[in-house]
Design a protein around this ligand. Structure first.
Ligand code: NAD
Ligand code: MG
Length: 391
């Protein structure tokens, strides 16, 4: 029996993960479930999975959840706050930690899991974007294992020559480049002038995937692909020049590895996050994920086209930040989080997301990011600059 802590259980990835776990309850038990503020949803999950611990970010929500848990006669202990999140990630009895909190809030508990030597199923790409070298170092120094859940990275990982202790060092293994596929999001066919007036509702309506709000907006701007380029750099130890992006509107090929002998390996499947989640959970074995088998005849065709950096300025900004190094990617991420929230709150236009990030990157001097304190300080500074620019 493997024991799982699921950070961010009420979100899109969290719910998909619980769906897979429920199909294999003889193999996995849930140690902890955590959420920001969704009391009712977390309560329902506690009823179904009876975790030892449930963590809510704020005290008031935790008190309400505790009252419901008590009334229902469940034995789940309810805790609150960031420290409790970290403890849930590093607890002795835990084997797997699913990092499915959205944004920078996921960094500290993910680092805790790494320091405690856990098997980490990483969906929270922002943790790597903010401090890739710190997280990878913590993983390697503490014998942790980082398994990619992001569909592109899980695809690449399935197409790479995997061995437990070599999985993060692929440079010089005959790989010419990796190719991340991108659907292009809901606005891929829009003319630039039409992007001025798109609404949050349009931006979160992704053509192929059902996801949380923030990543849906990131997909519409293609910042999601930019964050994934940075994520791939850290996960696989490849240079920026070895990471390409191609538009593929059907989202059937989830990414590819191009080898020097001319072989290109691709991983395919229906666009459903339960596949990469089940793959990372069961690795190196395979388990049923509940995803329908891929019917290529129904899909009919697979299209590819160039991911134009002019049409998607956020993608260009992400490459630039990766090239600049240090905390540039943490600054990019922080500015993006602030801008996306402002767009969702109708404070800025869709096209101002990229402008905000560009402004912050041009104003702030990045540091080496050698320490966590530096990364967090630069993240906070970038947020202030972004807020100033927006107001
Ligand atoms: P979501 O918004 O649906 O869910 C986020 C979860 O994190 C919720 O459980 C929420 O309660 C919790 N949370 C939010 N803010 C928090 C905070 N400050 N402290 C503690 N908990 C907090 O997001 P999602 O779409 O499930 O995405 C989660 C992560 O997975 C993101 O980093 C995203 O980029 C990545 N990811 C998602 C998908 C997808 O299909 N949804 C695919 C690949 C990667
Ligand atoms: Mg992805």
């Amino acid at each position: 029996m493997q024991s799982v802590t699921l950070l961010g259980s009420t979100g899109s990835i969290g719910v998909s993960t619980l769906d897979v776990l429920a199909r294999h309850h003889e193999q996995y038990q849930v140690y902890a479930l955590t959420a920001n503020r969704s009391i009712d949803k977390l309560f329902e999950q506690c009823q179904q999975f009876e975790p030892a611990v449930a963590v809510m970010l704020d005290e008031a929500s935790a008190e309400k959840l505790a009252a419901k848990i008590k009334k229902a006669g469940l034995s789940t202990e309810v805790l609150a706050g960031e420290l409790a999140l970290q403890q849930a990630a590093e607890h002795d009895s835990v084997d797997y930690v699913v990092a499915a909190i959205v944004g920078a809030a996921g960094l500290l508990p993910t680092l805790s899991a790494a320091k405690a030597g856990k098997q980490i199923l990483l969906a929270n790409k922002e943790a790597l974007v903010m401090s890739g070298h710190l997280l990878m170092r913590a993983v390697e120094q503490n014998g942790a294992t980082l398994l990619p859940v992001d569909s592109e990275h899980n695809a690449i990982w399935q197409c790479l020559p995997v061995g437990k202790n070599q999985q993060y060092h692929y440079d010089g293994k005959g790989i010419r480049r990796i190719i991340l596929t991108a659907s292009g999001g809901p606005f891929r066919d829009y003319a630039p002038e039409d992007l001025e007036h798109v609404t949050p509702e349009q931006a979160v309506a992704h053509p192929n995937w059902s996801m949380g709000q923030k990543i849906s907006v990131d997909s519409a701007t293609m910042m999601n692909k930019g964050l994934e380029v940075i994520e791939a750099h850290w996960l696989f130890g490849l240079s920026n020049q070895q990471i390409d992006v191609v538009l593929h509107r059907q989202s059937i090929i989830h990414s590819m590895v191009d080898y020097v002998d001319g072989s290109v390996l691709a991983q395919m499947g229906n666009p459903d996050m339960r596949t990469p989640i089940a793959n990372a959970l069961a690795w190196p074995n395979r388990i049923d994920s509940g995803v329908a088998p891929l019917d290529l005849v129904t899909v009919g065709r697979l299209d590819f086209s160039e991911a134009d950096h002019q049409h998607f300025p956020c993608l260009a900004l992400a490459y630039q930040a990766l090239e600049a190094g240090g905390t540039s990617t943490a600054i990019l991420n922080a500015a993006n989080e602030v801008a996306v929230e402002a767009f969702l709150n109708r404070q800025i236009k869709f096209t101002e997301i990229a402008k905000t990030i560009e402004h912050v990157l041009s104003q702030q001097v990045a540091t080496s990011g050698e320490t966590l304190e530096q990364v967090l300080a630069d993240d906070q500074h970038a947020r202030r600059l972004a807020l100033d620019y927006i107001s």
